[in-house]
Design a protein around this ligand. Structure first.
Ligand SMILES: Cc1cc2nc3c(=O)[nH]c(=O)nc-3n(C[C@H](O)[C@H](O)[C@H](O)COP(=O)(O)O)c2cc1C
Length: 372
């Protein structure tokens, strides 16, 4: 079955688009970017975070930095949560400020699974995962850079609690004034760990067959839909990315094809695809992104290594509905205006990406300020 996006093809990235129930002023979206600057202790967003997002509110849609659904879901110092009252209040400040500036923002809901460390867990607990396989990563903690540990395989009976944590986080996001949620099912985190056969060796109903391996992701999507309705729920997928040492599935096309079919049946607002290896290489080798788009009724958001010219070309050819820019939005808070004027883009400084404070965060000037 082929279903095309309800949006008519657009000539330029500057044309508005309706993403599910969210009206977006243009098709230049801000990709989710972890910046590790929430309030230490509470993991709540703060005024500085609000300023950062307001600076970028001219994006057609902001997808927030990844936001943990529970204390257990945390894998990065300084990353925000979306499960406590303090975090809800912090996000309220952010969403109100973005809306006042005319922007739209969805929350990216996240559980890192095995990409954590006991130093970041309550009482030094082991990180959890579908199976007890060490990802072979390093994590920055209060005790410095630490090698990853072998995670604990989740008991079958614990999994409904994880789904409930996602549902609860989706509700907190709603109470905090977001426009919707994006389920983070990409980049080697918990949901992707369940989907791929190298990281999921389970023999229960969440392992083995493709239907079993995509089950958790679909239950999480359904939990988000129960809070928001399908028109304000989207998902991020990275079928051919090895981010966070998550090996590719032995049958990528079948796994992600089955998932897209199920997501399409649920009529969710958007699919957000990382095309290629995240931040490393733009590619379509190993997964048929065009076929996924053709069978999905909602908005197709493309990401990963898109230059403005590539994005414009893909839009004109009708292969994407919108493009999410990551690194370009770090250094160019007014990216849509720059693209409209054909202005040069500033380069971001990788050294300050995960530091604290304003430097490398809120001190990238808009074009007019830079020229003045
Ligand atoms: C500093 C930084 C933080 C990132 N944080 C996230 C994140 O929180 N969630 C996510 O899904 N992807 C994250 N990514 C990946 C980006 O969303 C995006 O996929 C990647 O940068 C490729 O897009 P680009 O070529 O436009 O930068 C991050 C990337 C960078 C550079």
């Amino acid at each position: 079955m082929t279903v095309r996006a309800p949006n008519p093809p657009a000539a330029t990235l500057h044309e508005p688009i309706r993403v599910g129930a969210i009206d977006c002023a243009n098709r230049i979206f801000m990709a989710p970017l972890t910046r590790c600057r929430s309030t230490p202790g509470s993991d709540a967003p703060n005024e500085l975070n609000a300023r950062y997002y307001v600076q970028r509110a001219s994006a057609g849609l902001i997808i927030s930095e990844a936001t943990q659904i529970s204390a257990q879901g945390k894998g990065y110092m300084g990353a925000p949560g979306v499960y406590s009252p303090a975090q809800r209040e912090g996000w309220k400040t952010v969403t109100a400020a973005v809306h006042a500036a005319g922007g739209k923002i969805v929350a990216q809901l996240w559980h890192v699974g095995r990409v954590s460390h006991p130093d970041l867990q309550v009482d030094g607990a082991l990180p959890v995962a579908p199976s007890a396989i060490n990802p072979g990563l390093f994590t920055t903690t209060a005790n410095g850079k630490q090698p990853s540990v072998t995670p604990r395989a989740l008991e079958t009976a614990e999994i409904p609690g994880i789904v409930e944590d996602y549902r609860h986080a989706a509700q907190i996001a709603k109470d905090a004034g977001f426009d919707g949620v994006e389920i983070h099912a990409a980049n080697g985190y918990l949901l992707e760990q369940f989907m791929r056969d190298a990281t999921n060796l389970r023999t229960d109903e969440y392992g083995g067959s493709i239907a079993n391996r995509i089950k958790l992701t679909l239950q999480v999507v359904d939990a988000a839909i129960s809070v928001w309705g399908a028109a304000r729920v989207g998902i991020r997928l990275s079928p051919i990315s090895r981010a966070n040492n998550c090996p590719l599935d032995s049958n990528t096309q079948a796994v992600y094809g089955a998932l897209v079919a199920q997501l399409s049946a649920r009529n969710i607002a958007f699919l957000h695809f990382i095309e290629g290896d995240t931040q490393i290489q733009h590619s379509h080798d190993g997964f048929d992104f065009a076929a996924a788009r053709a069978r999905f009724a909602g908005t197709y958001i493309a990401n990963n290594g898109y230059t403005p010219a590539m994005a414009q070309d893909a839009l004109a050819r009708g292969t994407v509905d919108a493009v999410a820019f990551g690194r370009a939005f770090i250094a160019n808070p007014d990216l849509p205006a720059r693209l409209r004027r054909g202005a040069p883009l500033a380069a971001y400084d990788p050294k300050t990406v995960y530091k604290s404070g304003e430097v490398g965060y809120t001190d990238y000037p808009a074009l007019d300020a830079a020229r003045a």
